[in-house]
Design a protein around this ligand. Structure first.
Ligand code: B12
Length: 208
């Protein structure tokens, strides 16, 4: 982790974040490592919000700084040829967080997956429709709100009720999601970051 970048992100110091991201990028630091530091800074933003040191305006500001930093990074990777099959991904209904999901989308595309990104606040029916239409081997559900864990559980149960659960592996991810959440919602895998997601999906589709 780059301490200066983590702290600047946590302090919402836009100028330092952008300068540091540029310096790291120019110094050849891998994009995903830079994102990991930004993500750690966002963790601290979240904690400060919980502790009422920050308010909603700071959360909004953090998203803006993160998105600007992503622009400095100039895209996380080129979309490769989609040879590894389809990955359907969306943020569960009632949740509009999409920064992490968008990173996963980009990194999966640059690793040869065709990503069908369903967006945010995605209803269960839309996941099921997309599974029937695109026949993915892996489905990803992003969830950043503990209040939405039951929605994820309901969605995975509905995939099973539709007779599709044996056809797909379900990966979940998002800040507060952990192994216990994975068990609760009956997901196959919990991924902590975009690189994990790529590794698991490659395993599932049988590529190195
Ligand atoms: C930025 C932010 C916002 C922005 C979101 C902007 C956007 N376009 O996404 C805004 C301001 C809109 C927002 C709103 C709210 N937020 Co908010 N937000 C955050 C914050 C600070 C950062 C999230 C983020 O982008 N992190 C950076 C990305 C890169 O990390 P990530 O999402 O975790 O993604 C990585 C991995 O998790 C993984 N991943 C992510 N998704 C997926 C999916 C799959 C399938 C896989 C495999 C992997 C994977 O890969 C990603 C890349 O490595 C978090 C704090 C936190 N630490 O999470 C709070 C946080 C999630 N928010 C929170 C809250 C409470 C809210 C609000 C309810 C606030 C309010 N009172 O209105 C609203 C909810 C609105 C809604 N209905 O969704 C709480 C949730 C608490 C809880 N227990 O549920 C948090 C945890 C803050 C806190 N500690 O209190 N928020």
């Amino acid at each position: 982790m780059n301490k200066k970048l983590v702290e600047a992100m946590a302090d919402l110091d836009e100028d330092i974040v952008l300068a540091e991201v540029k310096a790291l990028k120019d110094g050849g630091v891998p994009t995903l490592d830079i994102i990991a530091s930004l993500q750690e800074g966002m963790e601290i933003v979240g904690k400060r919000f919980e502790e009422k040191e920050y308010f909603l305006s700071e959360l909004i500001m953090s998203a803006e700084v993160f998105n600007e930093a992503s622009e400095v990074l100039g895209g996380i990777g080129e979309a490769g040829k989609a040879k590894n099959g389809v990955f359907v991904l969306g943020t569960i209904y009632d949740d509009i967080h999409d920064i992490g999901k968008n990173i996963v989308t980009t990194v999966m595309r640059s690793n040869g997956f065709e990503v069908v990104d369903l967006g945010v606040d995605v209803p269960t029916a839309k996941f099921i429709e997309a599974i029937k239409q695109h026949k993915p081997k892996v489905v990803g559900i992003s969830c950043l709100l503990t209040t939405c864990f039951d929605n994820v559980k309901e969605c995975i149960q509905a995939i099973e009720d539709a007779g599709l659960r044996n056809d797909v592996k379900v990966l979940i991810g998002g800040g507060p999601v952990d192994e216990a959440t994975g068990k609760y919602v009956q997901a196959d895998i919990v991924a902590k970051n975009a690189q994990n997601t790529v590794d698991y999906c490659k395993q599932f589709v049988g590529v190195q």
